[in-house]
Design a protein around this ligand. Structure first.
Ligand SMILES: CCCCC/C=C\C/C=C\C/C=C\C/C=C/CCCC(=O)SCCNC(=O)CCNC(=O)[C@H](O)C(C)(C)COP(=O)(O)OP(=O)(O)OC[C@H]1O[C@@H](n2cnc3c(N)ncnc32)[C@H](O)[C@@H]1OP(=O)(O)O
Length: 184
């Protein structure tokens, strides 16, 4: 992955331990919001990513490129692929049971991805320093060990729940997340 210093963990960054409340290996990860473009089951044209964690810290998911995801004819749009990377990375940091948002997302496109392709996605954390989480993801064509089509590196920033109340709709999130303390 070609990555900038902004998405490279600094010295002293630590790898997070799996959260005790992480889902068991192989269990499906619930969507964090039913209308999310990446994982929402109620989104009409979203990516509908379904994911699981093999170890409580990393995430695996599949995304099949459809008609709604084209850029050039019959080829996936690069922005849609970046969304898939953002989402799977977001899911991995979400395993830490703290709210984070994407601060920076860097993407390398290595191969074109035709409509109908299933991308096998994987995301993991390279370290945490203060509010900053340094994460990475890859998407492989056709199989978990298939050729790499997309790689991404990201900096996610930890925020308080007030972030979602101030800028978004905290009530809509809270309605789907009884597990989060909304007014700590
Ligand atoms: C109930 C459950 C919890 C919530 C559930 C709902 C949603 C939660 C989201 C995800 C959940 C999970 C699963 C799946 C996920 C989805 C994937 C998609 C995720 C997204 O799609 S999310 C939307 C896009 N995202 C944004 O909408 C962010 C807009 N933005 C801001 O809201 C602010 O910009 C913020 C908060 C980022 C920082 O603002 P701030 O005021 O809090 O802090 P500040 O600016 O001081 O930054 C602190 C330190 O980070 C460094 N820093 C900041 N930004 C940087 C950058 N871009 N590059 C390099 N360094 C950066 C500074 O340089 C400083 O570094 P230092 O401390 O060393 O000085």
């Amino acid at each position: 992955m070609t990555r900038s210093s902004l998405t490279t963990p600094p010295q002293g960054a630590v790898l997070p331990a799996a959260h005790p409340g992480a889902p068991p290996p192989g269990a499906p990860l619930a969507s964090h919001y039913s209308r999310c473009f990446g994982c929402g089951t109620d989104h009409p044209t979203g990516l509908h990513l379904t994911a699981r964690t093999p170890d409580g810290a990393t995430v695996e998911a599949e995304f099949t490129v459809g008609e709604a995801h084209q850029g050039a004819p019959r080829l996936a749009h690069g922005g849609v692929l970046a969304t898939a990377m953002d989402e799977v990375i977001g899911m991995s940091v979400y395993l830490l049971h703290k709210p984070y948002v994407t601060g920076r997302l860097e993407t390398d496109y290595l191969l074109p991805v035709p409509v109908g392709t299933t991308l096998h996605l994987r995301a993991w954390c390279n370290g945490i320093a203060g509010r900053k989480a340094y994460l990475e993801a890859e998407g492989r064509i056709g199989a978990p060990d298939g050729p790499v089509a997309v790689r991404a590196a990201a900096l996610f920033i930890e925020v308080g729940m007030e972030h979602f109340a101030k800028y978004g709709d905290l009530a809509a999130i809270a309605a789907e997340h009884q597990d989060y303390e909304v007014n700590p």
